[in-house]
Design a protein around this ligand. Structure first.
Ligand code: ADP
Ligand code: GLC
Length: 495
């Protein structure tokens, strides 16, 4: 099959979160299954600096863009996946991250930027870019690609589309004036189309018009059909339940493997766990914490946002300190959370180490050196860090939601007995429930035998991309077959 994989970020070219990890790894796994999958992302400034051997593949004249948009072609680093970059300098060649300026506020022209991106994806999808290649499937990811399924629905002989929800909390909502300025078909502004509570919703484009919906874990697929997690879209998602599948993300063990990780001071595996201690020592030194192997070392690597339950961690800090535990935190995001964490670390320099910012090498080092990983997310579509933590023998303490529930097996007398325990789970999003799980973890930490068993069972879990990639490929085939039968229903060509 020919697949065009559209995403607004892809590791290692550009990353703000797990979407980049998925877009960097899943296409490689699908290519490994011998399908012609090509990735398309915007040509942000950072990518143009980093990417090598790019060639000019096409010029596109897109509606609403005064300059021709260039399609650059290359390879996604670290593999052989073909890459297309949508190069529209006035939209993407600027300092800052894909969605926000350096000060952290969303780019005021985000709607226009990602409409241009969607138009370019559509042009490639219908083989109108002169590349002499047409996908059978367009795999769209998150709201930034949400208009593509609508555009495809309105095009004759278009490929089928799949829309993957990585996080329903981000919907790409814009006001009426912005909608008007985009010069999209007027009938898209309707509750049955892309209007949502008097806003123009990019994500609805995917949710209504894609031939199939997926999300990144089976539990999250169920959760988003409920009012608690559905943000008012649960009715629509329930309506599409027959065409909504949860496929668990994988961990890329070519990047996240403690046995081969060159970012960490000492490599280790389940048979050489004693080397993990050396990483712990180096991590304690890095954060100027007292070097002591007996002290339990907790870690957090996260976007510092409400989703991740960072406030719950702040609430349990006094208890962690009382227990003489240590905590290292790597993250950035909400100013208030950043400030509160900074303050805590100033107050308790012997217990709390903090690095505000984004640092990939440090993220690896933390996974390698910490004992326990905290992820008390209010919701978590999949979550990748708990998957990496398992592989690095850093026992996850997680809230039982989304992909966290699907990847971590709680420690109970039964799961210890049958040797399936890999971490600690709690249910209610409260500091006391989190503390309950932390106390259980600390209890086991003090029993070296059961701790070693939990650590090693976690390290031996296999969440590699292979199985998930196979599931996507099966879905692509199914959707293609379905679409061929439905083809006569499609509308005529739009410009
Ligand atoms: P989300 O996509 O919601 O942020 P995930 O757990 O799916 O959550 O993915 C987060 C990814 O981003 C992981 O690869 C994690 O290591 C990385 N990450 C998050 N914050 C930082 C940071 N401050 N520095 C380095 N890597 C980070
Ligand atoms: C989103 C989710 C996260 C998921 C990632 C990749 O950012 O918040 O849970 O792992 O996408 O799918």
């Amino acid at each position: 099959m020919n697949i065009l994989f559209a995403s607004s970020e892809a590791h290692p070219l550009i990353k703000t979160g797990g979407l980049a990890d998925v877009s960097g790894s899943l296409p490689r796994a699908i290519l490994g299954l011998r399908h012609d999958i090509r990735v398309i992302i915007p040509a942000y400034r950072e990518i143009l600096r980093y990417a090598e051997h790019l060639t000019l593949a096409a010029y596109l004249d897109l509606e609403g863009v005064s300059q021709p948009v260039r399609i650059l072609s290359g390879r996604l680093p670290g593999g052989n996946v073909k890459l297309y970059l949508v190069d529209s300098p006035s939209h993407f060649d600027r300092a800052g991250n894909p969605y926000t300026s350096r000060s952290g506020s969303p780019w005021p022209d985000n709607a226009e930027r990602f409409t241009v991106f969607c138009r370019a994806i559509h042009a490639l999808a219908v083989n109108a870019a002169g590349l002499d290649w047409q996908p059978d499937i367009v795999h769209c990811n998150d709201w930034q690609t949400g208009l593509v399924p609508v555009m495809l629905r309105e095009t004759s002989a278009a490929p089928a589309s799949i829309f993957t929800i990585h996080n329903l909390a981000y919907q790409g909502l814009f006001d009426w004036k912005t909608f008007q300025s985009l010069k999209l078909p007027a009938d898209w502004w309707s509750v049955d189309a892309l209007e949502f509570h008097n806003k123009f919703s990019f994500i609805k484009g995917g949710l209504i018009y894609a031939d199939w919906l997926t999300t990144v874990s089976p539990t999250y697929a169920d959760e988003i059909c409920t009012p608690e997690f559905g943000y008012g879209l649960e009715g629509l998602l329930n309506h599409r339940k027959e065409t909504l599948t949860g496929i668990l993300n994988g961990g890329d063990y070519t990047i996240w493997n403690p046995g081969r990780d060159l970012h960490i001071p000492v490599q280790f595996n389940p048979r050489s766990l004693f080397h993990k201690t050396e990483n712990k020592r180096a991590l304690q030194e890095h954060f100027s914490l007292p070097v002591d192997n007996a002290v339990p070392l907790f870690a957090v690597i996260s976007r510092l946002v409400e989703q991740k339950g960072i406030d719950l961690i702040l609430e349990i800090l006094p208890d962690l300190v009382k227990q003489n535990a240590q905590l290292v935190i790597l993250g950035s995001g909400d100013n208030k959370l950043e400030a509160a964490l900074r303050l805590a670390s100033t107050r308790h320099p012997e217990h709390i180490g903090i690095h505000i910012g984004y640092d990939e090498v440090l993220a690896h080092h933390i996974e390698a050196g910490a004992d326990i990983f905290l992820m008390p997310s209010r919701f978590e579509p999949c979550g990748l860090n708990q998957i990496y933590s398992l592989r690095y023998g850093t026992v996850p303490v997680v809230r039982s939601t989304g992909g966290l529930a699907d990847t971590v097996v709680d420690t109970t007398p039964e799961t210890l007995e049958d040797k399936t325990a890999t971490g600690f789970r709690f249910h209610t999003a409260s500091a006391s429930a989190l503390w309950g799980a932390v106390e259980r973890a600390l209890d086991h930490y003090r029993k070296p035998e059961s701790w070693a068993q939990i650590v090693i069972t976690g390290m031996r879990q296999d969440f590699s991309w292979k199985r998930s990639a196979q599931q996507y490929v099966e879905l692509y085939a199914r959707v293609m077959a379905r679409q061929q039968n439905a083809q006569p229903l499609r509308k005529t060509v739009i410009q």
